[in-house]
Write a protein that binds this ligand. Structure first.
Ligand code: GLP
Length: 244
């Protein structure tokens, strides 16, 4: 679906999430959201905060699982995805802090595998993700599933692509400060979500969107795996869609 600009597209996604939350409230059920970081979803979160503050949308029945976190990473560091989510969403809504899950960037290496399995199990124990929102990196990564990721991959420790680290350099004051690794939900984890929404705006994303939507399905561009799912919608602005 192509919107005129990022603002209209973001409002659409925010209202879709808000409707899901309200539908679940009526049934006394949790809404289980898979959330993403990066610049792309910021306006979605801003609208959800507005709906909470101005229209009384409650997040008391909301459970969240974030896609990824740098490794190693302290949660209170300025660049952590915990800080990002707190700043843009969690600190401004009435979500129960126990319902928030972001991969832990402080684990000992030996503990990561068991932790990742437990992260998957937790998602399942909450009944699975109702919706997973995604951005896309210029390598074609979703979450931090870089080129080479398998379609059935689970939550795991991964090595970041050089382009991904260059794109993150500004946030970290230079590429050498960007962690070389991350913990990410896998492609298989993302695929289990009942709805998947990939968002992309601006001309900078047009080449990778063309590959993701029209290119050959290949591990070279992990986002192409999304072509295999019936539950996926690409939400684009005109600029990101301009090469389609
Ligand atoms: C990071 C995140 C991804 C995100 C990507 C794009 O690598 N791990 O989940 O999709 O950045 O970021 P942006 O939205 O800032 O373009």
């Amino acid at each position: 679906t192509i919107f005129k600009n990022p603002k209209e597209a973001s409002l659409h996604v925010a209202h879709r999430i808000a409707n899901l939350i309200k539908e679940k409230q009526k049934k006394n059920e949790n809404a289980v959201l898979g959330l993403a970081t990066g610049a792309t979803p910021i306006a979605v979160y801003a609208e959800l905060v507005r709906l909470h503050k101005e229209e009384g949308l409650s997040f008391k029945n909301v459970v969240t699982f974030n896609l990824d976190e740098y490794y190693p990473m302290q949660p209170n560091a300025a660049q952590s995805y915990v800080t990002f989510m707190n700043d843009h969403l969690f600190n401004h809504i009435d979500i129960d802090k126990n319902n928030i899950h972001v991969p832990d960037g402080t684990l000992a290496l030996d503990d990561i595998q068991a932790y990742c399995l437990a992260y998957e199990n937790k998602i399942e124990n909450f009944g699975g993700l109702d919706i997973q929102i995604l951005g896309i990196g210029r390598t074609g990564h979703i979450g931090f599933n870089e080129p080479g990721s398998a379609p059935n991959s689970g939550t795991r420790l991964v090595t970041l692509d050089d382009l991904t680290r260059r794109d993150a350099a500004r946030d970290f004051g230079g590429k050498s400060n960007v962690p070389t690794k991350a913990i990410t939900m896998g492609i298989g984890t993302i695929f289990k979500a009942r709805e998947i929404v990939l968002m992309a705006w601006n001309k900078k994303k047009a080449p990778i969107i063309k590959k993701a939507v029209e290119g050959e399905i290949s591990s070279d561009v992990p986002a192409t795996y999304l072509q295999l799912s019936d539950s996926v919608e690409f939400i684009l602005d005109e600029d990101a869609a301009c090469l389609l």
